[in-house]
Design a protein around this ligand. Structure first.
Ligand code: DC
Length: 212
């Protein structure tokens, strides 16, 4: 399914939604299909949260962040996820990370960014905006299987509680809360196979791409 189109201008696909709704899989598949670059912005906050767990002050951690920090080991573990969600509520942390994300979004050749505030704050002018969601128990089960698959020991109950705590913090904060943009297409993946969700996202992007 890759390389269906190649595109030389800037073209931004913003994909927002709560944890484990399928954003990551959909974003990677859309990027691969259209030959766009992909940025998982959650990794930025995770890398920042990691530094804060190691003792750095939040704003200093955000300012010191380097692209290679996004490759660090252990960013997917639940402790780092919670730390990411906490630092992400600090306005100065978010402000320090805006420029990097906007530059990525407008690079030549097209870009897909997934996160919580891409369609609302980072790229309100994105050509395509999707809000990918699913019921919390469905999402918790997906995340539980993913964490177990990565050898991380967790219980289903803990995963559900962590996910609900993170959703509440991410949606309830004052600074760039998780929110569907008014002009976003919502994809509820609760009862969808991932292939269906990917196909719907690709169709939404294809409909907006200028024809060459
Ligand atoms: O997408 P993720 O689960 O890896 O994100 C980790 C945390 O980072 C999430 O709980 C909230 C925060 N985040 C954010 O506030 N804004 C983004 N654009 C992406 C993530």
């Amino acid at each position: 399914m890759t390389g269906a189109t190649s595109y030389n201008g800037a073209f931004t696909v913003a994909i927002d939604g709560p944890a484990a709704a399928g954003k990551g899989t959909i974003s990677k598949a859309v990027a691969a299909h259209f030959g766009f670059a992909h940025l998982d912005t959650g990794l930025i906050y995770r890398a920042c949260g990691r530094r804060v767990l190691d003792g750095t002050a939040p704003e200093a951690a955000a300012r010191a962040l380097r692209p290679e920090d996004l490759q660090a080991d252990g960013l997917r573990n639940p402790e780092v996820a919670q730390a990411a969600s906490r630092v992400a509520a600090i306005p100065e942390v978010r402000a320090a990370l805006v420029e990097f994300q906007r530059d990525f979004a407008r690079r030549a050749g097209g870009a897909v960014l997934d996160g919580r505030d891409i369609g609302t704050v980072i790229c309100p002018e994105a050509e395509v905006k999707l809000f990918v969601t699913a019921g919390d128990e469905v999402r918790a089960e997906r995340r539980y299987l993913e964490l177990c698959g990565n050898g991380i020991e967790v219980t289903r109950a803990d995963v559900l509680a962590d996910l609900r705590a993170r959703d509440a913090r991410d949606a309830g904060r004052d600074a760039a809360p998780m929110l569907a943009a008014a002009d976003a297409l919502t994809l509820d993946t609760s009862d969808m196979a991932i292939e269906q969700a990917v196909a719907a996202a690709i169709a939404a992007v294809a409909a907006q791409l200028p024809r060459s």
